[in-house]
Design a protein around this ligand. Sequence first.
Ligand code: ACO
Length: 312
Amino acid sequence: MGSAITGWGEALPERVVTNDDFAARLDTSDEWIVARTGIRERRMGGTTSELAIEAGRAALKSAGVDGSEVDLLVLATTTPDQTIPATSAVVHDALGCKGGAFDLNAACAGFVYALVTADSLLRAGHRRALVIGSETLSKVTDQDDRSTAVLFGDGAAAIVLESGMPDELIVAYDLGVDGAATPLLYANHGGYIHMEGREVFRRAVRCELDSITNVLTKAGIGPQDVALFVPHQANVRIIEAVNERVGLTMEQTAIVLDRTGNTSAASIPLALAEAADAGRVAEGDLVLLSGFGAGMTWASAIIRWGQEGLAR
Ligand code: ACO
């Protein structure tokens, strides 16, 4: 028995922080930030649970289901509100969900890890999952450090995943981590993000390329068969470098980073939700999701878009 994405939703804080806002108080410029990253503005504010609840509510509404009809909640985040308890417990309560809930931290690859995990649990007997990526990276970013402050933003997005469908959602997936790379990108408890930007860039391109090649091979398809590519939204130059090497085009690619910055585990569902709202995916389309992040972790999945045969 298969599964499908039957709803999606997003939440972005109201406060917009533009590149010029940074240039007014740091030694940087809109030109530098746009040329090196593609980012023009990002949103900041709220807590990880508040954003997750708003995105979760929107996804439930779009799927036409109530929180009480969800029997599994997986929250991908690298910025939980507290060390204890898991942020998902707060979200689960606010949305009136049933069954279990847990946080999952795989940094910017977190949403694809969460999707694969939730789908596996549906196969094991769960009926309906809410999968959320939610982050408040502005809280762990030194807003006076131009090399990281301009990169990150806050936001959340969610999907509803339902079992009882004729086809499997996930056609192929690849999860990985290279824990030896932890010194390149980390934040200690109570501290700010430290990142070796140039080396992270180099490795991001390499591991995303390998991971995408892996899932395309597993699925037995080529880049031309991908209707929509939803990459992690860290830097448009990383996306362009990966696309060029894989043979994907920017026309196939969903981009939100110009307006959101890097929102870690929220970035892929935010881009997916926006593309779905814009009607960029149709029944049966193959959608490629691929993320990488601190760890270094990486995760790619090819999913089949579609809601036919809803077994509600
Ligand atoms: N404005 C102006 N100058 C800057 C800024 C800024 N905001 N930030 C850095 N610079 C300067 C540097 O100090 C450096 O100056 P120097 O040559 O005098 O030392 C110069 O610009 C070049 O710096 P580089 O780091 O080489 O610049 P690069 O082109 O590599 O861009 C960037 C930096 C954007 C951080 C890039 O390396 C990058 O995107 N790396 C990957 C980040 C990423 O993808 N992270 C994902 C994981 S995040 C997660 O998991 C939470």
